[in-house]
Design a protein around this ligand. Structure first.
Ligand code: URA
Ligand code: SF4
Length: 198
């Protein structure tokens, strides 16, 4: 069993926060261990909780369209979430739940070592840039540790908002160039202690 599979197994039987109580199936995340591109969402919704797979509902369909627009399929990228179990009624995950679950995500990042991490929405943005506002930093790349961080709005936010949809589609167009970027010699040092692990 690969280490990523081992993490998935641990997640499926995890009860380290109260989200374990309401879940149908935990959603560890999925993708190749060699993926250059990683997406980090917020947490499973109804469909994800039913199927045990990330981004399989309406937001996932939009994400797949975005990937197709740059010639990629979901099988080529790693897709995961801040919390691996569905919050009741899709409420925001609490800080304690995010911190209980972060060891799984941290390990996924360390094992996959993506070139580019796209954060979807404000919860995953705040893991890397606490205190930043998504409307200010979306669509702007920055090098953090071993990867390029590229914050975007959450695709679910676009489902009923055509102007946000256009912003996401525009932001997504920059992803191929980020993937093609060579590691710059003067890399910015990670600005929080937690990030030094990547
Ligand atoms: N929204 C998320 O943040 N993650 C999913 O997996 C699905 C919808
Ligand atoms: Fe464990 Fe994360 Fe699920 Fe909480 S959300 S029970 S920490 S896997």
């Amino acid at each position: 069993m690969s280490e990523l599979q081992e993490i998935a197994r641990q997640v499926q039987s995890c009860s380290e926060c109260r989200l374990a109580q309401g879940r149908t199936t935990a959603v560890p995340g999925e993708g190749p261990d060699t993926a250059d591109l990683m997406f980090i969402g917020e947490g499973p919704g109804y469909n994800e909780d039913q199927q045990g797979r990330p981004f399989v509902g309406a937001a996932g369909q939009f994400l797949e369209q975005l990937l197709a627009s740059i010639g990629l399929t979901r099988e080529q990228v790693f897709i995961t979430n801040m919390v691996k179990c569905r919050p009741p009624n899709n409420r925001d995950p609490y800080p304690g739940e995010i911190s209980a679950c972060s060891k799984y995500l941290d390990r996924q990042i360390q094992l996959v070592r993506p070139k580019v991490i796209v954060t979807l929405g404000r919860h995953s943005l705040s893991k890397f840039l606490p205190g930043e506002t998504i409307s200010k930093v979306r669509g702007k790349q920055r090098r953090l540790g071993s990867f390029i961080l590229y914050p975007m709005y959450h695709p679910a936010a676009a489902l009923h908002n055509p102007s946000l949809r256009r912003v996401i589609e525009e932001d997504f167009k920059a992803v191929p160039a980020l993937l093609a970027e060579r590691q710059s010699p003067q890399r910015e040092e990670p600005d929080t202690k937690q990030l030094s692990m990547f």
